[in-house]
Design a protein around this ligand. Structure first.
Ligand code: ATP
Ligand code: MG
Length: 198
């Protein structure tokens, strides 16, 4: 891939993103400094390929960005056998009752919300990593802020059944910011903790 050493934001954020137990992280750095590569690596490292079900959920503000992140997952994921990605975006028609096998789901807020609540294609009990890319844009965009918060709350909600506290070591929540620390503050009430700025 031509990656010889981590960028500054990667050097700072990766140890937190790969930590056990998982931690929440908000990262802010200039465009092109490697944030996407960092959270993609974190998602790939958390996937259990023995389980063919969604485990990482990533929200992006646009269809194009979701596909772009997917391409990075595929590029970096070529070194991880059996990792699959699917897109929760408008136009991706999934038959009712389908059991998703892909471990990484990338989508836009409206469609992801639909997949979570209406179509029930996603089960919060299997999601261990939640990523909100371009969170500042999400928070500034009418509708996306509340949709993203609903998805994030859904993903981290305690489960019924036999998921006792011992089973609830949820993965990290992550957000990436390009501008404005106020955006970080806006997400803080829904569970993101800590901030890293490049
Ligand atoms: N450690 C690294 N070494 C070399 N190249 C890298 C490294 N990390 C990322 N890159 C490359 O740098 C470019 C920008 O990376 P990336 O898209 O992850 O940045 P970003 O911070 O998410 O940018 P944006 O803010 O525009 O979303 C990509 O082409 C990526 O492959
Ligand atoms: Mg990016």
């Amino acid at each position: 891939m031509g990656f010889n050493r981590p960028s500054k934001i990667q050097e700072t954020a990766l140890p937190m993103m790969l930590a056990h137990p998982p931690q929440n992280l908000i990262a802010q750095s200039q465009s092109g400094t490697g944030k996407t590569a960092a959270f993609v690596l974190a998602m790939l490292s958390r996937v259990n390929t023995a389980r063919c079900q969604p485990q990482c959920l990533c929200l992006a503000p646009t269809f194009e960005l979701a596909l772009q992140i997917g391409r990075v997952v595929e590029r970096m994921g070529q070194f991880c056998a059996d990792v699959k990605v699917t897109f929760a975006v408008q136009g991706n028609r999934v038959a009712p009752g389908t059991r998703l096998k892909e471990q990484i789901v990338i989508g836009t807020p409206g469609t992801v919300l639909d997949w979570c609540f209406k179509r029930r294609l996603l089960d919060p009990g299997t999601i261990s990593v939640f990523v909100l890319d371009e969170a500042d844009i999400m928070i500034d965009t009418q509708g996306f802020c509340s949709q993203s918060i609903r998805v994030q709350r859904w993903a981290r909600a305690p489960r019924g059944g036999n998921r006792g506290p011992g089973n609830r070591s949820r993965g990290g929540n992550g957000g990436t910011w390009r501008h404005g620390a106020e955006a970080a503050a806006a997400l803080a009430p829904v569970g993101a903790a800590g901030a890293a700025r490049g």
